[in-house]
Design a protein around this ligand. Structure first.
Ligand SMILES: Cc1ncc(COP(=O)(O)O)c(C=O)c1O
Length: 389
């Protein structure tokens, strides 16, 4: 064992998850509220100390509280929290892969994960990366049986095309051929889907989105039932230093307590927005996993509790009019990039054209305002664009 392995944190962090076993009979909402903050105070204290019994990069009590709460929500034995959602995807790959490995990725991944696997991973680590459509299970089985792969990477609901991949089926095929599966569960959150229960080896979340839910903290989580994987993740955290700050731990712990309530409202609002958009003749390619016309609707029904807060579509208009007429007319729909926060956001997916996504593809991240007001706001934009000269 190398010297750096000897310098791994002295404190056995796995003990922070032991209490979760005791609490595993509790319902999901009770775990959101009760697990992690054992301070005896209504709000979790912020432990700002950089050092003490342990150095903050390796672990601190604020992070422990969030980690154990998320582990209990994901039905995971271990969770590590990171500084951002994207680091919760890149860290497992850097921690588990070695030069010469091959990985298979779903072709639609969050754009910065996509850049990492397409450009950085082959350049830095000499990893061979094959992108494919993982909704095609036959093609996947052929690809993984013809040539071994170390890891398969996908998103529960893919960003931004909203493909839903059959996680259980992918895991069975991958495991039969010796590959691990890493799932980014950000668009679902553990309230709608728990990938580890479906067989995934690692489940990552951007805590920035639904998990925190207030648009005021970046964060990420990596959950697993494997001690070996958890250990590799901790080791990687030691060298990358991409740990969640104590203040963001506090904010995320606070946000997690209302996860269920918020998810229900995101889903309610999204369903009503879909109904409204479906009635408009100028709305094209309306996409939402809850629609019966969605190509993977049956898988979504089986795999998700509800269908999430993201809706995509195109408009029968030009790129210029979209930017110059429609978007400036909207007040409640903010032209910002993110999702899973109280505000409702509208983002034309220009940045995703690298992946062959049409430049006029629009993503709505439906927020928590009154749905009637959100619909009235869209209606005003459509009026300007389509009903008047
Ligand atoms: C599916 C998905 N994964 C990961 C991320 C990255 O999260 P963060 O911004 O917290 O790094 C995002 C961000 O939008 C995302 O949509």
């Amino acid at each position: 064992m190398g010297k750096s392995e000897d310098l791994m944190p002295k404190i056995d962090r796995t003990s922070i998850f032991e209490k979760n076993v005791e609490l595993s009979a509790l319902g999901f909402d009770t775990r959101c509220v009760e697990v992690g903050n054992y301070s005896g105070r209504s709000a979790m204290p912020i432990y700002a100390s950089v050092t003490g019994s342990e150095y903050q990069r390796h672990g601190d009590p604020s992070r422990d509280a969030v980690s154990s709460c998320i582990a209990s929500l994901e039905n995971a034995k271990y969770t590590l929290v990171t500084a951002s959602g994207v680091s919760a995807m890149t860290l497992p790959m850097l921690g588990l892969l070695q030069a010469g490995d091959r990985i298979i990725c779903h072709h639609d991944l969050y754009i910065w994960t996509y850049f990492f696997v397409r450009e950085d991973l082959p350049r830095i680590a000499g990893v061979q990366v094959d992108m494919m459509d993982l909704t095609d299970l036959e093609a996947f089985e052929k690809a993984v049986s013809e040539k071994p792969a170390r890891l398969v990477v996908l998103e529960t609901i893919a960003n931004p095309m909203l493909n839903v991949i059959d996680i259980e089926a992918v895991c069975k095929i991958a495991h039969a051929h010796g590959a691990m599966v890493l799932v980014d569960n950000t668009f679902a959150s553990p309230y709608l889907c728990r990938p580890l229960d479906l067989g995934a080896d690692i489940c990552s979340e951007s805590l920035t989105k639904y998990m925190n839910g207030h648009g005021d903290a970046l964060g990420g989580s990596i959950s697993t039932n494997s001690h070996r994987i958890y250990y590799r993740m901790q080791r990687m955290m030691g060298v990358l230093g991409c740990c969640l700050s104590p203040f963001n731990s506090f904010l995320i712990q606070r946000g997690l307590q209302t996860l269920s309530l918020r998810m229900e409202k995101h889903c309610d609002n999204a369903e009503r927005i879909v109904e409204y958009l479906a009635s408009k003749p100028f709305v094209k390619d309306l996409t939402y996993p809850g629609m019966e016309t969605h190509p993977q609707h049956e898988i979504a029904k089986k795999q998700l509790k509800r269908y999430g807060g993201v809706v995509c579509f195109r408009l029968d208009t030009s790129h210029e009019k979209l930017y110059e007429v429609f978007l400036p007319e909207l007040d409640l729909w903010k032209h910002w990039v993110s999702l899973g926060e109280p505000h409702s956001l509208i983002s034309p997916k220009d940045e995703d054209k690298e992946k062959g996504i049409p430049a006029d593809f629009i993503r709505l991240a439906v927020g928590l305002a009154d749905c009637g007001d959100l619909i009235a706001d869209l209606e005003r934009g459509f009026e300007k664009l389509f009903y008047k000269d």
